[in-house]
Design a protein around this ligand. Sequence first.
Ligand SMILES: CSCCC(=O)C(=O)COP(=O)(O)O
Ligand SMILES: [Mg+2]
Length: 242
Amino acid sequence: MSVPAPAFDVDAVVLDIEGTTSATGFVVDVLYPYSRARFAELLTERAVEPEVARAVAQVRELTGEPEADPAAIEKTLNAWLDDDRKATPLKTLQGIVWAEGFGRGDLVSHFYDDVVPALRAWHLAGLRLYVYSSGSVSAQRAWFTNSPAGDLMPLVSGLYDTENAGPKQEPASYRRIAESVGTDGSRLLFLSDRPGELDAARAAGWHAVGVRRPGEPYYEQGVGDHAQAGTFDEITVSRSTT
Ligand SMILES: CSCCC(=O)C(=O)COP(=O)(O)O
Ligand SMILES: [Mg+2]
C-alpha cells in the first residue's frame, strides 16, 4: 500500500540518519571499514579509557563471555558489523573512532541532495530538528558537524541514540524522547526508512513518515500502511503558534 504524506502541523521533526537523511551504502562502504581497521588499536591501546571500558563490559555481558580478551571482543564487533547489527557497544566504539576521523579530516559525511535545503527551510519556519539514530550521539554530532554543506549542528536541537533513548523499535523510546524535548507526541514527526521504527513512533502517538529511496535496503519492502515520501521535498511541515 502506498500512502502519500499529508501536510503536518508539528513542533519538531525527528530524523533517522541511515537510509533517511543519508545513504546506507556510504555508511557501510566508508564508515564501517574505517572503524573495522581501528578496533584492534582501540581495544588494546586505549582499554582504560572509561568509554572504551564501559563498551567492552557491555560486549562481554551481551555475549555472555566475561573473560573475553581484546581479540575476542574485536571478533564479536566485526561479526556484528557483518550483520549490520545495531548493538549499543558497537555503536559506542564506532562513534569514538568516527568522531576522531571526522575531526582530523579523514571523513566527510553524506546527505541526500534534498535533505539539507529541507532542514534549513524547516528550521527557518520555526520547527525544531532532532536526530534519533542507532549511531551514537558522538557519531551523530560528528556527522552533522562535518557535512559536505558545512556545519549543520546549528540546525539541530538535540541528539538521541539507543543509549539515551532506548531501542528504536520500542514505543517507550519515543515516549522518552517526547518527554525529554518537552513536546506531546502528537506534535512530533518522525522520519525513517524502517517500518518497525515507524510502527513504534506511531504507537507512542507520534506522526510518522516512511522515507523510501530507490537503492536503499528497505525500498522494496516498503513502509507498510505509513505515509511515505521519496524525498524530503514531498514532506510538508509547518508549526502553528496558536
Ligand atoms: C552517524 S551515525 C552512523 C550510522 C550508523 O552507524 C547507524 O547505525 C545509523 O542507523 P540509523 O538508526 O540512523 O538507521
Ligand atoms: Mg535508518
